[in-house]
Design a protein around this ligand. Structure first.
Ligand code: SF4
Length: 323
């Protein structure tokens, strides 16, 4: 058994905010400072309760649907994107829209539009209840079928000979490969998107977690329970034999997790703030994990530009650190 001084925290990098989340939060903050409240946001701007609470405390009003926004008001779409039906409803209410959809989600929407013109069926690999999947499906609802698992891929019935697939951006790389394998076996001519839809941030965080199984005894992922990419990180670790827990913050840490544990890998989903990660590190220190070391697995230096509506505003927040 290691002495207390041997017990360490390994902070995985990259972790936490991705470029799409930084951009979405910047958009709400800049819009609040440029236009003032009320500023409405459809759905959670990103799937993290700390981010949502913080923005709400500064004047953002989170709503579920466009109908909840007074006509003519200013509305921000979340990073997860919206369907054309939502865009129409916003136009009908004369809402002044600022679009915080991640550019990589928009890319998947454009692929859906393109495939819908030339293919009979689009198999959308994703989670049925997720805001992103709902938005993407809305581009071609009559042609799109959602598949969430290899078992569902075995059963799916397609319409017509021309079939293509797309995926949600925040899935498990490994599980998605299994689903695509089943689809290719059943439909050998199925067309893939031009480039993988799972985004760089999801893939990088999963790579880091996968590699941490070689040197850690336990994984803690900071993220909210409705954050798809955060949940996938815990699953990826479990597949490597590394036990893990998803925690929203330090209050969810349990002392009985640490029996026989010397090295804890700590990471964070793409929507989890670094300030919460640091609170977790402080709490782990109180449990005897005194040494903290950062382990960079993949370099990540991507930024996305702001939408044109906010270009006149000074863009200092654009360069916020993501670590
Ligand atoms: S996780 Fe990926 S798709 Fe989602 S906001 Fe971040 S970069 Fe965009």
């Amino acid at each position: 058994m290691a002495s207390t001084s041997d017990k360490s925290v390994l902070l995985l990098k990259p972790r936490g905010f991705c470029a799409g989340v930084v951009r979405a939060i910047d958009i709400v903050e800049l819009a609040l400072s440029a236009y003032g409240p009320p500023l409405y946001v459809r759905k959670e701007i990103v799937h993290n309760q700390h981010v949502v609470k913080d923005l709400a405390s500064r004047g953002a009003i989170f709503v579920n649907e466009v109908d909840d926004v007074p006509p003519g008001a200013r509305l921000v779409y979340s990073a997860h994107g919206v369907s054309p039906a939502v865009r129409r409803a916003a136009r009908d209410r004369n809402l002044r829209v600022i679009d915080a959809t991640c550019p990589l989600v928009t890319k998947v929407h454009l692929e859906a539009v393109k495939f819908a013109k030339t293919h009979d069926t689009i198999v959308l690999i994703g989670h049925k209840e997720h805001d992103e999947t709902i938005g993407t499906m809305g581009e071609a609802p009559e042609r799109t079928i959602i598949v969430s698992s290899p078992a569902e891929a075995e059963e799916v019935e397609i319409r017509g000979p021309k079939v293509a697939y797309l995926t949600q951006t925040t899935l498990s790389v490994d599980e998605t490969a299994s689903i695509i394998g089943v689809l290719r076996r059943r439909f050998p001519t199925i067309q893939a998107p031009p480039a993988q839809d799972i985004c760089f941030a999801t893939e990088n965080r999963q790579d880091a977690v996968r590699q941490s199984a070689e040197f850690a005894d336990l994984l803690l992922v900071v993220g909210s329970v409705n954050s798809s990419n955060s949940r996938r990180m815990v699953e990826v670790a479990a597949r490597q034999g590394l036990p893990g827990h998803l925690i929203d913050d330090e209050t969810e840490i349990r002392s009985n997790w640490f029996e026989g544990v010397d090295r804890i890998a700590v990471s964070a989903g793409a929507s989890a703030p670094e300030s919460i990660v640091q609170r977790v590190v402080t709490a782990l220190n109180e449990f005897g994990f005194a040494t903290v070391r950062e382990v960079e697995v993949v370099e990540e230096n991507i930024q996305f530009p702001l939408p044109p509506e906010l270009h006149p505003v000074p863009q200092t927040a654009h360069f916020r650190s993501t670590s």
